[in-house]
Structures are given as C-alpha cells and as structure tokens.
Ligand binder design. Structure first.
Ligand code: ATP
Ligand code: MG
Length: 338
C-alpha cells in the first residue's frame, strides 16, 4: 500500500522552549483513517500544524504524498485540507457565504466555487440551510460546515483536529458517518485527532497513542487491546471503608499492573492475566483488613484500559477538563462577538 504521509524523527521545540513533539516516527497509508489519541498538550495539534505546513518543524524528515513539506509548502497546501480544533466559521455569515469565502481564499474561479460549494454542502446535508446564518446552526451543523469548508479545493488528505469535541454522543456518531463517507466515496486519507476512546476505536483503522510528544503505542485498535491481553477488575469498596492499606497490598500481587480510581469512586485494577483468579485474592485481603467490598466486576481490556496502561492516566479526567475548557472558550468567543 502506498504511503501518503511519512514522518521520521519529528521534533518541535517552540520558542518558549516547550518540546511539543519529541521524535515522532510514523506513516499513514493512502485511504486510511489514522487517529492520534492523547491528553491535553500531548502534541496532537502541533503535529497536524506541521503536516499542513502551518508550523515549521525543528527537526525531522516529512513527506506528504512523497513531497518534502518543508520545501514545497504550496503543493502541500493544495494536497491537504484542515479543520482546526476551534471552528473557523464566521457565524455572522450564511453557510453559503462561509464556504464560498473559502473558495476565494484558494483562488478558485467563480464557477468552480459555485459548483463545488453546492456539491459539498449537499454532501454534508446543509444545502437546504445554505442561506441561514451560521449563528442559527447547532454545534453538529457548525462542525459539518467546518469540515465541508476544508474540502473546497478537493484535497487528497484531510486533517481533522478534534472534529467532535464538545458534541453529544449521537452528533459525534453522525460526524463519523460523514468522515467515513469521504474515505469510501472519495478515497480520501484522513488524519484525525481525538480524545474520545470510542471515536478512536470505531472510526480509526489505526490509532497512535501519544503523550508528551512521544508515541506510546501504534496499531489497529483490536491489536492494541489484544496486545494488552489482560483483564480489568473494578472494585467498589464500602463507603465507610478506608482502602488505602489494602490497595497497597493489592498492588504487590504479581499480576497487578496498575490501580486507578475512576469517576464513580470505584477502583479499576488492571491485571496481566487470569483476573478470575485474582478476585478471590482481593476478597481474602479485604477480609483480613476488615474492608467491605460492595461490588466487583471483571472484563477484558478496552481501548480505555490500553490508554491508561500507556499513559498512566485515565482519559475520562482529561476529557472532562478538556470539555470544560472548550465550553469556556466557546462562551468567551460568543461574548466577544456581541
Ligand atoms: N504556539 C505555541 N507556542 C508555544 N508553545 C505551544 C504553542 N502551541 C502549543 N504549545 C505547547 O506545546 C504543547 C503541545 O501542544 P498541542 O496543542 O500540540 O497539544 P494537543 O495534544 O493538541 O493538546 P490539546 O488536547 O489540548 O489540544 C503544549 O505544552 C502547548 O502548551
Ligand atoms: Mg490540540
């Protein structure tokens, strides 16, 4: 399969000294949906901005469509489409005005702009609403319009930086179907960043887990889960039990890889094998320490667990802080425009 993106030892040190990207190497096949999954500040947006020629790398070899990005920025801009993490829509303009403006930005002629805008708005089921102001659009429609705009110059590779951030679950799934259609019907290569596990799991052919500018794991979601091979035991201790000392002893069990407290106050214990044999040991330890267990469950590792294993922190916490940050930013944006 031909490689659309090839990155070797990519490094980005910003002027303030932040090493946002620290030696990434990966490649993306033509027609692949390739995901970057990582917490805040992992270097996802920086990598995208480098790959579309918006930010200069400090070091590294970068080929997009076989072309060296650093030397041929015009070709790269033509070959790639980009929908940034914050939508680029002007909500005082209509959908039609927004998308045609983008066509002018790419110096397309009037006829091209009209035909392509119609085609793309139809593809994203927004044509009927083309004369409505973007400020009347829902979050999901705005994101669709934003992705649509990135396609006006018919790029071969589409970069989507957190295309579903802050959207509800149903709307996220709708966005995925549009993304999948771009690959199915147009053979587009899609590079997507996300912090939603189910998005990476369902949408992406391959997922890269990135943290602090380095790649922790890269493979098909099923392969990542299979490599971990382990089980997850979730334990809820009784509210009036203080489990600190028993947790210490559980940690010493050979097969225990990690223990994390989840959002519901339960403890998630990742074990390398045979979880069903560990559960009785947990009960025995708790009994010895006089700790009561309210509930216990055992399941195979999910992508969430893979993430936790490689980054050492739960994605749920990152998701929450990120959505709060995103919503605050949206509110600030709205207030500014008033
Ligand atoms: N223009 C910049 N100047 C200096 N530092 C920057 C700049 N842009 C990003 N950084 C820093 O580089 C690091 C990586 O940021 P980046 O935006 O690439 O992460 P990210 O994975 O996209 O995070 P998020 O999930 O929050 O979007 C962070 O520490 C960030 O503060
Ligand atoms: Mg980002």
């Amino acid at each position: 399969m031909s490689k659309t993106i090839e990155v070797e030892n990519l490094v980005k040190v910003y002027r303030n000294g932040v090493r946002a990207v620290d030696g990434l190497s990966f490649s993306v096949d033509k027609g692949e949906i390739f995901g970057f999954l990582g917490p805040n500040g992992a270097g996802k947006s920086t990598t995208i901005k480098i790959l579309i020629g918006l930010v200069n790398p400090t070091e590294g070899r970068l080929l997009v469509n076989g072309i060296d990005i650093t030397k041929h920025t015009t070709e790269i801009k033509r070959a790639t489409g980009y929908a940034s993490q914050e939508t680029a829509i002007d909500d005082r303009l209509t959908a039609w005005e927004n998308i045609t403006l983008q066509g002018h930005y790419y110096h397309l002629n009037g006829r091209e702009i009209r035909t392509r805008s119609e085609e793309i708005l139809r593809m994203f089921d927004l044509y009927e609403r083309r004369n409505d102001l973007a400020e009347t659009f829902s979050g999901g429609m705005l994101k669709r319009l934003d992705i649509a705009e990135a396609l006006i110059h018919r790029p071969q590779i589409l970069f989507l930086d957190e295309p579903t951030l802050g959207l509800d679950v149903q709307t996220r799934q709708v966005i995925w179907t549009y993304i999948e259609r771009l690959r199915e019907e147009h053979g587009m290569t899609i590079f997507v960043t996300t912090h939603y596990m189910e998005e990476a799991d369902t949408l992406c052919d391959r997922v890269t887990i990135i943290d602090r500018g380095t790649i922790k794991a890269i493979d098909r979601p099923e392969a990542l889960k299979a490599q971990l091979g382990g089980d997850v035991i979730t334990v809820s201790f009784s509210a009036n039990s203080e489990p600190t000392s028993v947790l210490e002893r559980i940690r010493q069990i050979e097969q225990v890889l990690s223990i994390e407290k989840n959002g519901n106050g339960a403890h998630r214990i990742m074990v390398s094998e045979e979880g069903e044999k560990i559960v009785p040991q947990l009960f025995a330890l708790c009994e010895k320490e006089g700790i009561t267990i309210d509930a216990v469950s055992l399941k195979k590792a999910s992508l969430d667990d893979v993430y936790l294993h490689y980054t050492g922190h739960a994605m749920r916490n990152a998701e929450e802080s990120k959505e709060t940050h995103f919503k605050a930013r949206m509110m600030r944006g709205k207030a500014r425009r008033k």
